[in-house]
Design a protein around this ligand. Sequence first.
Ligand SMILES: [Zn+2]
Length: 105
Amino acid sequence: MEEKEIQALVMAGVDKEVNLRPLNGFKLDFSANPGFKKVFFSASCDCGTAALLSLEVSEEKTDIDIKAALPSLIQRIEMQEKSFRRMDCSMHSMMRTGFTPDSGN
Ligand SMILES: [Zn+2]
């Protein structure tokens, strides 16, 4: 399964109140974790801060495995989004110096 398809499935499954955007063509490897494909999303706040969120899926997983694991993938990304949203905006502004998803894309 392509990263894009995983993103689409995750996006279709997340809660409506979860504010996520799939990030495509994001090739940086932050974890150096061989054997895993990373699927990236961004979460953003009204203050203009965006966070990079990601899921890791083992390369060995079949489409059926991925579909079976989907509820837990969705839960993981929702938790990441919620913890980003729970931070106050002074924290967000500190994060802003680090990563901006729209740059270099
Ligand atoms: Zn904020």
